[in-house]
Design a protein around this ligand. Structure first.
Ligand code: NDP
Length: 248
């Protein structure tokens, strides 16, 4: 345990499971007060209790990240209750893999609304506060799928390429300040993400891939995020691509 983020406030979306929960814990271990956002409030309460019993500070902010008003309120409540906002981790996401010919356009819309639009609105809402204080970290969860397209992943690819592009454009816009933007691109991580895949073939393929190799654990990605946000102010880790060693 160290204290690199002592006095800082971090807001993590999708904190009710997987990478988001592990990241919230890791940032709390560095001394940050953490705001936990997602839809499943009970899960957030459990996580908050764990962080508090380890001596940390946590705030539960139930949020549907596809709802613009709720996203803006999430940021406002964090600032009101915890005093400021230094680190935003845009992690909430869904991966609804389907081949184009069979895809339900509503699933494309869900991915764009959450993975892209929700992340963009949250970034905008956080930016106001960060610009006022002249510094901050915006960490966006893209994916290997934000750099490499593959069959069966079109809609998810479109959303994650969108995240990578948005992050880089935003980074350039704020490069005249101490606001940093970091894109995280994980390979296969063992979480609940694959459970929601609507296409059975795609689901089996992903589950098979997970069984064949040792996937990353949520903590492996949390460690990378922690690394990025604890750098000296003049260092911006722009992009981190992290695959399991045995992933092609
Ligand atoms: P999980 O499914 O375990 O977690 C997803 C999180 O997103 C949950 O906390 C969920 O909470 C939240 N979420 C889903 N819908 C909404 C919504 N409408 N509003 C608010 N929160 C929502 O998956 P991961 O931890 O794996 O995924 C985290 C991020 O990492 C995603 O962006 C994913 O694309 C990315 N990623 C994951 C990889 C992997 O292999 N696992 C690889 C590359 C990238 P709740 O349901 O309570 O709202």
């Amino acid at each position: 345990v160290s204290d690199a983020l002592e006095g800082d406030v971090a807001l993590v979306t999708g904190a009710s499971s997987g990478i988001g929960a592990a990241t919230a814990r890791a940032l709390a271990e560095e001394g940050a007060a953490v705001a936990l956002a997602a839809r499943r409030e009970e899960r957030l309460e459990e996580l908050a209790d764990g962080i508090k019993s380890d001596g940390g500070e946590a705030l539960v902010v139930p949020t549907d990240a596809t709802d613009e008003e709720q996203v803006r309120e999430m940021v406002e409540e964090t600032v009101e209750e915890l005093g400021t906002l230094d680190v935003l981790v845009n992690n909430a996401g869904v991966m609804l893999l389907e081949p184009v010919a069979e895809a339900d356009p509503e699933n494309w819309q869900r991915m764009l609304d959450l993975n892209v639009q929700g992340l963009m609105v949250a970034s905008q809402a956080a930016l106001g506060h960060m610009q006022e204080q002249g510094s901050g970290d915006i960490v966006n969860l893209s994916s290997v799928a934000g750099r490499k397209a593959y069959a069966g992943s079109s809609g998810y690819n479109a959303s994650k390429f969108g995240v990578t592009a948005f992050s880089e454009a935003l980074r350039e816009e704020v490069a005249d300040s101490d606001i940093r933007v970091t894109t995280i691109e994980p390979g296969a991580v063992d979480t609940e993400l694959a459970e929601h895949i609507p296409d059975e073939d795609q689901k089996e393929q992903i589950e098979g891939m997970m069984d064949e190799m040792e996937p990353l654990r949520p903590e492996d990605i949390a460690r990378s995020i922690r690394f990025a946000v604890t750098q000296p102010t003049h260092v911006d880790i722009n992009e981190l691509l992290i695959r399991p060693t045995r992933q092609e």
